[in-house]
Ligand binder design. Structure first.
Ligand SMILES: [Zn+2]
Length: 270
């Protein structure tokens, strides 16, 4: 927050209060058993070792305050989506932890609840949104979001990621295109290790733009993991800060122009 303040970002933004997520809203995508699990997370290293050591590969870690943070994170995204859908703002940005895009019916990959999926289902259920686009540019595949909306045609999931990072146990494929009525509403764009601004902007212009134009989303969620950024050694890719900014502007400004013009053409400027 100090850096955001020093850079003048806080002066240019409005900050909104939010509540922890309602259990009822979360339960639209999760089973009660998962909330029981979240409510009873271990708070000490000893308790954690006893509980999680029996579950190989799940990669979740908790301490005192984790449960509260999980409900707060989901609540922040819900609040942001309410404000945008109700047109108080054109865009909202939630700076939250823990993240969510690996979580589905179970918690995994540092993710307990899928914040974006919960908020997306919320706007579909409570704001009569018929077409929501979820763009996920984290370097890892958003397996949780894919799984939760794999059979939905109301939510189009579009994920760019490094194709050789099978984490947490995700085997993404371009052939994963949805199921049932959701056939064609799941798009994976696996990219080579080291992908950069040029690669991402090419995908935006040549694929995401036309897809969004055809889908005509009423709202867009961005799962904005920045681990494809240059200098991030685990991600091993080279998207610059300016590149991320351009991608987000293309997605969001394109949508805003589309909504205002209702022209049927999602022009992606910049
Ligand atoms: Zn990631």
């Amino acid at each position: 927050m100090n850096t955001l303040n020093q850079d003048g970002v806080l002066d240019r933004t409005e900050r909104e209060p939010f509540d922890s997520a309602d259990r009822e809203i979360i339960l639209a995508v999760n089973d009660p058993e998962q909330l029981d699990y979240v409510d009873a997370l271990p708070m000490t290293d000893e308790e954690q070792d006893a509980k999680f050591s029996q579950v190989a590969g799940v990669s979740v870690f908790s301490s005192e305050g984790t449960t509260e943070a999980i409900y707060s994170a989901a609540g922040a995204v819900i609040r942001g989506s309410d404000l945008v859908v109700e047109e108080y703002y054109e865009t909202a940005f939630a700076i939250i932890r823990p993240p969510g895009h690996h979580a589905h019916k179970i918690s995994e990959g540092f993710c307990f609840l899928n914040n974006v999926a919960i908020a997306t289902q919320h706007v579909v259920d409570h704001h009569h949104i018929e077409r929501a686009l979820v763009v996920d540019f984290d370097v890892h595949h958003g397996n949780g979001t894919q799984e939760l909306f794999y059979g939905s045609k109301q939510v189009l999931f579009f994920s760019t990621h490094r194709r050789d990072l099978s984490y947490p146990a995700s085997k993404s494929s371009v052939n994963d295109i949805g199921d049932g009525v959701g056939l064609g509403y799941n798009i994976n764009v696996p990219l080579k290790k080291g992908f950069n601004d040029v690669d991402m902007l090419y995908v935006c212009d040549q694929l995401l733009g036309p897809v969004a134009t055809a889908f005509k989303p009423e709202v867009v969620f961005v799962s904005a993991g920045y681990d494809a950024g240059e200098g991030e050694t685990i991600g091993g890719c080279n998207v610059s800060a300016k590149g991320f900014g351009t991608i987000v502007r293309k997605v969001l400004i394109g949508l805003i122009l589309y909504c205002k013009c209702c022209s049927g053409v999602l022009d992606l400027p910049l």
